[in-house]
Design a protein around this ligand. Structure first.
Ligand code: 5GP
Length: 220
C-alpha cells in the first residue's frame, strides 16, 4: 500500500456525540459556567428540559425550559418522550429524548443540567455518560455567594443550604467534582473533562477495528 493510500484510508479518532451531566449546588455558579462553556466552544448542545413549574420573571418558554401542564407532562411520560424525569420540590422536571438523540447523532456533545436523581437515572441508562458536580471551595463561600446574589430571602438561602447538605451525600456517585474558584479556569477544565471522554478506549472501538484492519494490510 502506498503512503497516499494509507493517508486516504488512515484512521482518525471517531467523534461520536457524548452525554455530559452537570449538577451543582445552588450558588456554585453553574448557570454562568454553562453560558461560558456554550459561548466559548461550539461543539456543545444544551438540552432544554420540560417542567411543570411556573416561569420565573425573565424566563422564556422554549429557551430556559419548556413550561408544560401536569397533564402534558404525564402524557410525555406515557409516550416515552422523556429520557429521564424527577420530582424536585413540588414540580416535575424531565429531559426530552428526541433533541438529545438527534444532536448526538450529529456528533455533538449534549449537556444535561439536571439534579442528582435524574443524573443517576441517565448514568444507569447510558453508562458512558460523564457526571460532573460543580461546587464552591467551601460551604462558607457557598453561603457568601448566595447572600451576595441578593435575589433570595434569608429563609430561601437557608433552604438552599439545607438542600445542599442533603445533595452533598449523593455526590459520591459522580465521576468528577469541579471546584469553581476561578471562572476562566473552571470553564477550560470543564471542557477538558468532557473532551477527554472521547479518548476512552470504549468510545473508540470503531477506530481500533479500522486500525487493526490497516495493520493487516500494511503487513501483507
Ligand atoms: P430550577 O427550578 O431552579 O430551575 O431547577 C431545580 C432543579 O431541577 C435544578 O437542580 C435543575 O438542575 C434540575 N433540573 C432541571 N431540569 C431537569 C431535568 O430535566 N431533569 C431533572 N432530573 N432535573 C432537572
Amino acid at each position: 500500500m502506498s503512503d497516499t493510500d494509507m493517508k486516504k484510508h488512515g484512521s482518525s479518532l471517531k467523534k461520536k456525540g457524548m452525554l455530559a451531566v452537570i449538577s451543582g449546588f445552588s450558588g456554585a455558579g453553574k448557570g454562568t459556567l454553562m453560558k461560558r462553556l456554550l459561548n466559548e466552544y461550539d461543539n456543545y448542545s444544551l438540552s432544554i428540559s420540560a417542567t411543570t413549574r411556573d416561569p420565573r420573571p425573565g424566563e422564556r418558554d422554549g429557551v430556559d425550559y419548556f413550561f408544560v401542564t401536569k397533564e402534558r407532562f404525564q402524557e410525555m411520560i406515557q409516550n416515552d418522550e422523556l429520557l429521564e424525569y424527577a420530582k424536585y420540590v413540588d414540580n416535575y422536571y424531565g429531559t426530552p429524548k428526541a433533541y438529545v438523540e438527534s444532536e448526538m447523532e450529529k456528533g455533538r456533545d449534549v449537556i444535561l443540567e439536571i439534579e442528582i436523581q435524574g443524573a443517576l437515572k441517565i448514568k444507569a441508562k447510558f453508562p458512558e455518560t460523564v457526571l460532573i458536580f460543580i461546587t464552591t471551595p467551601s460551604a462558607e463561600e457557598l453561603k457568601k455567594r448566595l447572600m451576595h446574589r441578593g435575589t433570595e430571602s434569608d429563609e430561601v438561602i437557608m433552604k438552599r443550604l439545607e438542600r445542599a447538605s442533603l445533595e452533598a451525600v449523593g455526590v459520591e456517585a459522580y465521576d468528577y467534582i469541579l471546584v469553581n474558584d476561578d471562572l476562566d479556569k473552571t470553564v477550560k477544565h470543564l471542557n477538558y473533562l468532557i473532551q477527554d471522554q472521547h479518548m476512552r478506549v470504549s468510545q473508540q472501538l470503531e477506530f481500533l477495528e479500522e486500525f487493526q484492519k490497516e495493520l493487516r494490510m500494511v503487513i501483507m
